[in-house]
Design a protein around this ligand. Structure first.
Ligand SMILES: Nc1ncnc2c1ncn2[C@@H]1O[C@H](COP(=O)(O)OP(=O)(O)OP(=O)(O)O)[C@@H](O)[C@H]1O
Length: 263
């Protein structure tokens, strides 16, 4: 169960943004969906402990990561959240093995215990990366790079995976394959995921529930398995892809618009 109820503000000299979101879900795969600048990344950063909310709480499986009233604010390293950054953010100067080990906090102290070395090796093997373990990320395919990023995110034995637009800037063919791979990994490891996306196809292919963001708030929650045509129309037509012109999305738009306008 992911239980989030937080408010926070960020500001620089000229602007200020207020986030106030509340959701609780036990869905295995939840999408945070909405226009650019609506507060999705700030939400993930707050869950990971990279930003401190001014009020509220964050609980995962009953474990409190943050509670303003009770004065609980766990450090990012002990929150057990597996963060998969946009475009994976692999370290180009580190080998695949070192990138995966980076997910373990002790790596930063400069040495891994025998048990941790074993865990890294196990992750490399599970993700079919053992033969590329000493290579640099740039020499890997897109799929292999995603697997390195996932292995790194899983190294800390997370209670939740936080995925920030995992497929942004990938070509459509690769996207499709990587969606399947991500779904399979998530199932195999049995870890719930929160995924930011701008792509309605990610929501349709992966999400059990979608939280629709607008201007720092969640304005709707849509259960994807029993979504009505009106809900679906909202996702496609009112979402950030309303002006998308790809043929598949245009077709879907027409279909949904028709079903939406049928009494
Ligand atoms: N440190 C900061 N100082 C000031 N404003 C910030 C700061 N961090 C984020 N913002 C602003 O907060 C708003 C929400 O940002 P956020 O990154 O959460 O949006 P998002 O929904 O994830 O967008 P995208 O989908 O484009 O990544 C944006 O207007 C952003 O410019």
């Amino acid at each position: 169960m992911i239980d989030v109820d937080i408010a926070l503000s960020v500001a620089d000299r000229s602007r200020r943004f207020d986030l106030a979101v509340r959701f609780a879900t036990d869905a295995p795969f939840a999408a945070l969906y909405g226009p650019s600048g609506s507060g999705k990344t700030l939400t993930l950063q707050a869950i990971a402990g990279l930003l401190r909310p001014s009020r509220g709480h964050i609980r995962i499986d009953g474990r409190t990561l943050f509670d303003a009233q009770a004065g609980v604010d766990l450090a990012p390293a002990v929150r057990r959240t597996g963060y998969l950054f946009q475009n994976y953010a692999l370290f180009p100067h580190l080998s695949v093995r070192q990138n995966v080990a980076f997910g373990l906090t002790s790596w930063h102290r400069g040495r891994l215990s025998a048990q941790e070395r074993e865990r890294v090796q196990h992750l490399l093997e599970s993700f079919d990366l053992a033969t590329t373990a000493e290579s640099r990320p740039a020499t890997l395919s897109g799929g292999q790079q995603q697997r390195v990023a996932l292995a790194r995110a899983l190294a800390c034995e997370p209670q939740v995976l936080l995925l920030d637009e995992p497929f942004a800037s990938l070509n459509p063919m690769l996207r499709q394959n990587l969606r399947e791979e991500l779904a399979e990994v998530r199932r195999r490891w049995g870890i719930p995921a929160l995924m930011i996306t701008h792509d309605v196809e990610d929501v349709l292919a992966l999400a059990d529930v979608a939280f629709i963001y607008e201007r720092g708030q969640i304005v709707q929650q849509i259960g994807m398995h029993d979504a009505s045509s009106r809900d679906m129309a909202r996702i496609v037509l009112d979402g950030p892809l309303a002006s998308d012109t790809s043929p598949l999305k245009q077709k879907l738009r027409k279909m949904l618009q028709a079903s939406w306008s049928t009494p």
